[in-house]
Design a protein around this ligand. Structure first.
Ligand SMILES: Nc1ncnc2c1ncn2[C@@H]1O[C@H](COP(=O)(O)OP(=O)(O)O)[C@@H](O)[C@H]1O
Ligand SMILES: Cc1ncc(COP(=O)(O)O)c(N)n1
Length: 259
């Protein structure tokens, strides 16, 4: 049984964060451990508040679980505070953790700002380097790479590729759910390759919640199973598209995924 370590925030409604991530890992027949970075006050309509976990207590939990159950891959979601991010970075290095997938959650679909600007600089120039792949959506990629993204044309993608090299980011999957058009396209960019996948768009991206969380967790799980990045992306795209096609309205707000 492959083991995926989830480092993410807690959404009590289960539409995003660790509750969703653990279900995705389980649905893909793997085992999830999880260390919570922050608690949110949240429902299917919006995020109201966030309280980061004490960084010392967080580190204590992280170290105990990693020393006992060595993960085959790591998914990092909402970090919640720069102090927690520093602890995560230190321990990625200390335990030499492999196959680290980071979903750079900067803002919720409903518009809640999860990161202040100095924290974003730390992520851009220190944290992402320690990850094997980051999975920004359109808005996150614009902030991280300081580029306007209206489509995934060649010039945009090669600009992102150049900036990744300069910043020391190893690989990146740009998620295109928020771009206009009939298809939801995602692009894996490495230092010497660009690889696209796409699926038919279903419904309105802004009315579905948790797609980015499910995407990065499924990708980390396929890596844990030994898939290379290309095959992991193909399988993740198929898996997440099916979850989106079956998304349901469980509360008064956005549709949720139910792995
Ligand atoms: N309406 C949609 N129909 C099908 N796939 C979608 C839709 N919206 C997003 N996706 C896919 O879901 C995944 C998450 O993407 P995206 O919504 O861009 O990120 P985020 O949830 O982080 O904002 C990507 O694979 C994207 O292509
Ligand atoms: C705990 C937690 N983690 C991540 C997200 C982002 O998900 P989304 O962009 O779907 O709001 C969230 N809302 N809450």
């Amino acid at each position: 049984m492959k083991k995926v370590l989830i480092i993410a925030g807690f959404d009590p409604s289960g539409g995003a964060g660790v509750l969703l991530d653990v279900k995705v890992v389980r649905a893909l027949n793997s085992y999830a451990t999880s260390v919570v970075t922050s608690l949110t006050v949240q429902d299917t309509q919006r995020v109201y508040d966030l309280k980061p976990i004490d960084p010392h207590f967080f580190e204590y939990q992280l170290q105990k679980v990693v020393e006992d159950i060595k993960p085959d891959s790591v998914k990092i979601g909402l970090l919640g505070s720069s102090e927690i991010a520093v602890v995560v970075l230190r321990n990625l290095k200390r335990y030499n953790l492999k196959k680290v997938v980071c979903d750079p959650v900067l803002k919720s679909t409903s518009g809640f700002e999860f990161c202040k600007s100095e924290f974003i600089e730390f992520l851009k120039y220190e944290f992402f380097k320690a990850c094997d792949v980051i999975t920004p959506n359109k808005n996150e990629a614009e902030v991280i790479f300081d580029v306007e993204i209206k489509n995934f044309d060649e010039d945009v993608l090669s600009c992102v590729q150049e900036r990744m090299k300069k910043m020391g980011i190893k690989s990146c999957i740009l998620k295109g759910g928020h771009l206009p058009g009939e298809v939801a396209e995602d692009v894996l960019i490495t230092h010497n390759d660009i690889f696209k996948v796409h699926a038919k768009k279903q419904g309105f991206t802004d009315s579905i919640h948790g797609t980015g969380c499910a995407f990065s967790t499924a990708f980390a799980t396929f890596l844990a199973k030994g898939y290379n990045m290309y095959d992991a992306l193909i399988s993740t795209k198929e898996y997440v598209s099916n979850l989106i096609y079956k998304s349901t309205k469980i509360g008064n707000g956005k549709l949720i995924l139910n792995p």
